[in-house]
Design a protein around this ligand. Structure first.
Ligand code: FES
Length: 454
């Protein structure tokens, strides 16, 4: 409609033009400039434990095969046959040492290397290109706490550089135990008729919507806050520390003091780090596992974990993490550990992928409870995400309106606080009631990538 790309994110007034949520041309650019340049979540290595195991996932609009090869390494190969462009793997997951294209039978190893073609001699008469040139394009892969990330940007920043200062906080979730995490069952998936950014920018730690959209969390059953300082009042949960990132990552760190006091009956200010961990172990960990934390994390990281731990947030562009404490009917607390990816499936459609995680070391009984409650709250028919996935399609539709597409999203809730005194962590840190800063940084990085010179 004539608006230059550089004017979609209006920095001086902290606004975003709504057509960014619906425009097909912007979507096509994003596939190259955002999803072609950043590290993308594809799964967890525990989904492909054995040689030949594979899952089929998406990197932006491209299907990829994520496979464990004979040498034990995980490879991410473009799922496109170099012969005529047929999709090579047409299933979601399996085990094979030979990925064979159903069209004419060209075959590839889990590493993506070309094996051969049927009746090669008779057909090609020695004119076949060298085998090395017929392998499947390979993405660059890294494992972080066993989580598989990949990028098409082979010469770009490392994954550690991509996370930047936010890594210090993410390590308290993903790099804190001896054996690391594993996934509980295959990820749950469902389609939402919404632009991926409606979900992506919310995952950059939008705490504000919890007060209204998830209000029931303060009113219903175990979750009721009526005995916790005010009926249905979720606003105390919205105070805390938020970490923004120049690369769009975000962490909401929420005060644990009230929960520790409720569970232990003791004043958290009088407790040591170890006593606080004993009173309320991190989500998914038992008290027996606590010594592992001291092996993997610094004293400063432990201080944050027992006072203001990261509980929700995102990894740019399309990942949400939740390490949350869920009240139980018997007065105890159950920790849940989850990852979501909002995979783009066109300008007005996304696939919601939900991985339930657990510490490998955790007892089976705890894993079972975590899986059950995660499905109840966050799964395909869960109670929390259904609130969110009700809003994203409306936003996407509104962004298609002749007038609506010229409206702007407003991000004027600005922190003026800075980090709390003595805060030991790095990065862009602010304390107080939840604001728009984390999401605004998300949009700034999107803007930087979209306007970058090729
Ligand atoms: Fe794959 Fe022909 S398209 S073998």
């Amino acid at each position: 409609d004539g608006t230059p790309l550089s004017d979609l994110v209006r920095v001086p007034t902290r606004e975003v033009q709504m057509r960014a949520l619906s425009d097909p041309e912007i979507y096509q650019l994003e596939m190259d400039r955002v999803f072609g340049k950043t590290w993308l979540l594809l799964g967890h290595e525990s989904e492909v434990p054995n040689s030949g195991d594979f899952v089929v996932r998406d990197m932006g609009s491209d299907s990829v095969i994520v496979a464990r090869a004979k040498d034990g390494n995980i490879h991410v190969s473009l799922n496109v046959c170099p012969h005529r462009g047929m999709r090579i793997s047409t299933v979601d997951a399996g085990n094979t040492q030979i990925h064979k294209c159903i069209y004419h039978g060209w075959a590839f190893k889990p590493s993506g290397e070309f094996i051969g073609a049927p009746v090669e001699k008779e057909c090609m008469h020695g004119k076949m290109m060298p085998k090395e040139e017929l392998g499947l394009p390979q993405a660059r892969v890294t494992l972080y706490g066993g989580i598989i990330f990949a990028t098409w940007d082979l010469e770009g920043p490392s994954f550690e550089e991509f996370l930047g200062d936010a890594k210090w906080y993410f390590d308290t979730l993903f790099e804190r135990s001896d054996k690391g995490l594993e996934v509980l069952g295959p990820p749950q998936r469902f389609i939402v008729r919404a632009n991926w950014k409606a979900a992506g920018e919310q995952s950059a730690a939008d705490g504000y919507h919890t007060l209204t959209l998830h209000r029931w969390l303060g009113e219903v059953g175990n979750y009721s806050k009526s005995g916790d300082g005010g009926s249905a009042d979720l606003s105390p949960e919205m105070y805390g520390v938020e970490v923004s990132s120049p690369h769009g990552h975000a962490l909401r760190c929420i005060d644990l003091g009230r929960k520790i006091k409720k569970l232990s009956g003791l004043d958290p200010a009088e407790l040591t780090v170890d006593q606080k961990l004993e009173a309320l172990p991190p989500p998914g960990m038992t008290r027996e596992m606590l010594p592992q934390l001291r092996k993997h994390l610094s004293e400063e990281q432990l201080e944050v974990m027992v006072s203001m731990p990261p509980q929700v947030g995102g990894i740019f562009p399309n990942v949400l993490f939740a390490f949350v404490y869920i009240p139980q009917a018997d007065g105890s607390v159950l920790g849940l550990t989850l990852l979501h990816a909002y995979v783009p499936k066109g300008p007005d459609q996304l696939e919601f992928v939900n991985w339930v995680l657990a510490e490998k070391d955790a007892p089976q009984e705890l894993k079972d409870r975590m899986l059950m409650q995660s499905i109840q709250l966050f799964g395909t028919s869960g109670m929390v995400e259904q609130d969110d996935s009700d809003t994203w399609p409306h936003m996407t539709l509104a962004a298609k309106g002749a007038r609506g597409r010229r409206s702007t999203l407003k991000y004027q809730a600005v922190y003026e606080t800075g980090a709390p005194a003595g805060w030991p962590g790095p990065g862009i840190v602010n304390e107080g009631f939840t604001k728009d800063d984390t999401q605004w940084h998300w949009w700034l990085y999107w803007n930087e990538l979209m306007n970058a010179k090729a």
